[in-house]
Each structure stands twice: as C-alpha cells, then as structure tokens.
Write a protein that binds this ligand. Structure first.
Ligand SMILES: [Mn+2]
Length: 431
C-alpha cells in the first residue's frame, strides 16, 4: 500500500493553477453577489458533498461482447482501495467505498478496515451478487435466485445476502443493496405474481437478519438479463416491496435503469414524498447501456434529480439523507479518470441545485408563470460553478484539476509496473 500521489507533485500541480482559479473564483463571486448569492456558502456546501465509489468501478468494465483490460488494473480489494484512495485524495468528494461480494470477499476484514481507515476511507453500502454463479456453488442461479422456483436455490441466495450483512457489519457498513437479475425471457416462462411472492418471501428472511441500525436498499432495473419480464423492473414494484417489508427497506434509484425518456426526477419526488427514497446509483444512459459516465449524456436530468433532493431537504431538514454512489462501467477510459470526473459532475449538480432561487420558483409556480419557473431552474443550471468545485477541492487539500494532476503524477504508469496482469484477478462487473 502507500500508492497515494506524492504530496509535492500535487502541490506543484496546484501551484501552477492557483492564480487562474483565484481570478475565476473572484469573477464568479462578483456575479453571484449581484444575484444575492454568497459564494462562500456554496463552496462550504460543495465541501460537505460526498458520493461513494463502487469497488468494481476501479477496474475496466465491458459489455456482453468483450472486455478490453487496461494497464495496472487492481487485482484484489486492497488494490481497489489504493485506487479509491487516489480518487478521494484528488477530488476530496469520495470517502466511501462500496464493496461487492463475493468479488471483494476476504477473510481478514480487520486488515481491510484498517487499510481503509489509514486512507481516510470508510465502507459504504455492501452489495450482494446472486446474478451469476460462483465457483463451487451448489445451486445455480440460471433460473433465478431470490425468486427461483427451486427452494434450495432461494435459500442459498438468502444465505449469501445474510453473509454480506455479516461481512458489512465487520467492515462498519450500515446497509445492503440487493439487485437481482431474476425474471423471464419468454412470456409464460414465469408466473409473474408467484415470482414476486417468492421474492418477498426471500426478502423477509434477509430483512429479519438486518442489524438495528441497518437498512436494505431495493434496486430496480427495467431489463437485462431478463429481456421479457424482470421481477423488480420499476420503482412501483420496488416501492410496493419496500412497503411490504417495513421501515428498514428503501428504494434505490439507479439512473440508468429506466426506459429512455422516463421522468426520473418525478420518481425521486414520489419516493421522497412517501419516505422510501433510500439512495442512488449515479451513471448515465443513452439507449440500453445503463452504465455510462455520470453527466456525460444528460447533465440537465442529473441537475433536476438534485433539484428534487434539494426540495426534499428543504422540507424535511437534517433528517433527509440518501445513500449516494457512482455505478458505472468504464470501457474506453481510465477508470480512475472516469470516476473522478463523474464524482465532480454529481457534485456539480448538487451545487447547481443549491443555486436555485426557491422563493422565486415558488412564486412563479403559484402565479402559474411556467416560463419564468422553467427559467429559474435554467438560470441555476447554466451557471458554471466549476470555480466553486475547484476551490472546494483545493481548500480540502485536493487537486484543482484532478485529471490533470493525476496524469502529471504518472499514477497509471506506476501501478502498471506494480500490478502485472494475472489470471483470475477479481472481477469488475456491471450492476
Ligand atoms: Mn446499479
């Protein structure tokens, strides 16, 4: 371990950018001040933002067709933590790491926790995996896991989720995200109602195993790998199941897991209204791929999601919080660069949402002034808050320009030497 970027390289890189940042920041401060907005409040707001990293995102992803591995990919969970530590070092926005079992399973959880703490990282939600078979597994998930017709396969899937809770508890995590690929590829393959009954039955056993301070997050996904009927396909099903299970069950919204053009911000508003909004997997999507980089396709949608979160926070105060994570597949970029850029894009939407003039917006809504209401949102969205984000990073000890600093430090070349590719390295997946 100890692969962090050398402090002197980071400081040297920042030093070359600081005068420009100060000038841009002062200009933006003046502009915001004329709008009655204090830039320092926004910068402090940016500094408290965080989004968790998926351990599997540190490796190169792939599609159904191929995976093209990059150099120096992490080969185990400790190397994934090294990469996550660099992302947090430069962005200061990603202190949480979300593990995926059994990909990240190790026996020495104390050592893993120790390593994370030495980097200033903690373990966010843990994720179970019953969408593929593992070596030596007794019962296959080919025909489903938590919903399988086979009682033995269901019991095995439940037991795996309970194992995940135990591992997560040892690591200091406080929640389990459950996504299943269960469903049907043919009409008639499954009894649609019976499948969901079996799901609820399995989830009740998992729910019963949750520690008092834990929550379980139900992640829905429209389709794939089940192409005809996915058991937990939409927020309605997720919401109904969370209601059935109890107060510790919440819904998790993965931005890519909806039909094109779905009004995701409205789903966010509904779930928040009824107390079932648990968290997010941030990414982007154009057609069927659900794991493009956050904000790369539709940054306005990301902003509108955060606008709903800001509205919910204004209504509910400090008690309102969501578990936020990136969930992306990096097929053609350096995963570290994509994760840094995406964390910044999500943070950007968070700051832009804080810039919305909510008093003016409410006034336009109440006077049915649709045009000015829309313009109020656009005004915030069009404001380039980049100097605020850069200043927040710099003040927190991070990089003014994370990707440029990362390239300047030559991290990828160094880990490429230290980590020769090996067969059977731990997986990077897409969920
Ligand atoms: Mn996801």
């Amino acid at each position: 371990m100890g692969m962090l970027i050398e402090q002197n390289l980071l400081e040297q890189h920042n030093a070359g950018l600081l005068a420009g940042l100060n000038a841009d920041y002062a200009a933006l401060a003046g502009m915001l001040s004329r709008r009655g907005v204090d830039i320092e409040t926004l910068t402090a707001h940016a500094q408290v933002f965080s989004v968790a990293l998926p351990s599997w995102g540190a490796g190169t992803g792939g599609t159904r067709f191929a995976r093209f591995p990059g150099k120096g990919e992490p080969r185990n969970v400790f190397e994934k933590l090294d990469d996550c530590a660099v992302i947090h070092q430069l962005t200061r926005a990603t202190p949480g790491v979300s593990l995926h079992f059994p990909w990240d399973k190790i026996s020495d959880t104390a050592a893993l926790r120790e390593t994370a703490h030495s980097y200033g990282l903690y373990f966010d939600l843990v994720n179970s995996n019953t969408f593929q078979d593992q070596a030596g597994q007794e019962h296959s998930y080919k025909y489903g896991s938590l919903t399988a017709v086979s009682a033995a396969a269901r019991a095995q899937a439940v037991e795996h989720n309970i194992d995940c809770i135990e591992l997560g508890r040892a690591l200091g995590s406080q929640g389990l995200t459950v996504w299943i690929g269960d469903g049907a590829n043919f009409p008639g393959q499954n009894n649609l109602r019976a499948s969901l009954e079996r799901y609820l039955d399995s989830m009740r056993s998992i729910y019963a195993a949750l520690p008092a301070d834990w929550q379980v997050y139900i992640e829905h996904k429209l389709f794939e790998p089940a192409f005809y009927a996915t058991t937990i396909a939409d927020w309605g099903t997720s919401f109904a199941c969370a209601q059935q299970l109890g107060p510790k069950a919440k819904c998790l919204v993965d931005l890519g897991h909806h039909a094109p053009n779905t009004n995701i911000e409205m789903i966010v508003a509904r779930l928040a209204q009824f107390g079932k909004l648990g968290g997010f997997h941030f990414n982007d999507s154009k057609y069927g791929d659900d794991d493009l980089d956050s904000g790369s396709i539709n940054p306005f949608q990301l902003f509108l999601v955060f606008n709903e979160l800001a509205d919910a926070a204004a209504r509910e105060g400090a008690s309102f919080k969501t578990a936020n994570m990136l969930d992306q597949s990096h097929n053609v970029t350096d995963p570290i660069e994509s994760l840094m850029s995406s964390a910044v894009e999500v943070q950007r939407a968070y700051v832009q949402a804080a810039l919305v003039d909510r008093v003016a917006l409410r006034g336009f809504q109440e006077s049915n002034d649709a045009l000015q209401a829309a313009q109020t949102l656009k005004h915030a969205f069009r404001t380039d808050v980049s100097p605020i984000l850069a200043m927040a990073r710099w003040r927190s000890g991070g990089a003014i320009d994370p990707v440029a600093a990362y390239r300047h430090a030559g991290y990828r070349a160094k880990v490429a030497q230290a980590r020769p590719a090996k067969a059977g390295a731990s997986s990077s997946g897409i969920v």
